[in-house]
Design a protein around this ligand. Sequence first.
Ligand SMILES: Cc1cc2nc3c(=O)[nH]c(=O)nc-3n(C[C@H](O)[C@H](O)[C@H](O)COP(=O)(O)O)c2cc1C
Length: 308
Amino acid sequence: MDGVTEGSFVSVLSRLGLVWSWHTPFLRISTGVPSRTRLRSALRPYLETGLPVTVQLMGLDAGRLAATAARVLDLGAVCADLNCACPSPTVLGSDSGGARLRHLDWLADTLARMREACGDRGLSVKLRVGFESPDEFPRIAEAVREGRPDVAIVHYRTVREQYRPIAGGLERLARAASALPGVTVFGSGDLFTVSDGLAMAAVPGIAGLAPARGLMRSPDLLTRLRAAVAGEPAPPPLEPCRFLLELGEEARRTHPPRGSGFLLRLAAAMFGADSERFRRLVACRTLDATLDELRRLHVSAPTNQETT
Ligand SMILES: Cc1cc2nc3c(=O)[nH]c(=O)nc-3n(C[C@H](O)[C@H](O)[C@H](O)COP(=O)(O)O)c2cc1C
């Protein structure tokens, strides 16, 4: 997630064992192929975790995308991913991201050139089920099959649907998976709880789950989902204040001086913007004051009182 799965969020989730691979936010490839030095520095936070890293690229020029894909793999990523899903008005305004679903010859050609540049190393594509309508998916799938990616991550909305609630998302995913034989299909869309994950994992042809906003609400969602899908006992609960505290301390150590805006954004997602805990954090004027408040909240958290 652009603006979220970055910096201290990446190091803390990795350190706490809450993830087992990383998918970077999109890297825009516009005026040229980024130098190895620039790519190395962009990838450092992810590669430093020691976990497998997929690097997402977004752009229009097939040659530059293919050359960049080969370069990120040379630098240690396990997979290069092409973003054909982003619905942000700025991205669509430059005909990138989700807008690429309207250019199917381009999609087939770009994936094929990336495939050639990547050889037998990992290649994936991030899709929505259509630009205007899910009825477009059979033709999108044809273009994808020509490009031979290993993995497709399919968000069940169309680009036009942005993030609005929709009905029948899982049925759309079932149709998408059946149109992509030989491609490993991951599902995406409204994965907030373990029961959301179990329902999506049961869709025929869906081989994996790619939650996004749910990780902001529950940073331990992936470990809980993995246990539930495998039929194993749930891992011990993550105390949210302890997580935010670790995140804030990491941010202060690695990017000083930094405000508490990012912590507050996550706290709003985790506790709810109307909650007492969030109000107490918002009232703090500095990062240090926010961390002190989190320590007090952590000590008084119910999960803590049970264990002490
Ligand atoms: C803040 C934010 C940033 C995102 N950034 C990216 C991105 O860089 N690349 C991408 O493929 N998807 C991105 N997404 C989309 C998610 O990967 C996902 O497909 C979408 O949010 C639906 O999943 P969810 O309902 O579980 O959040 C982003 C979503 C959010 C909310």
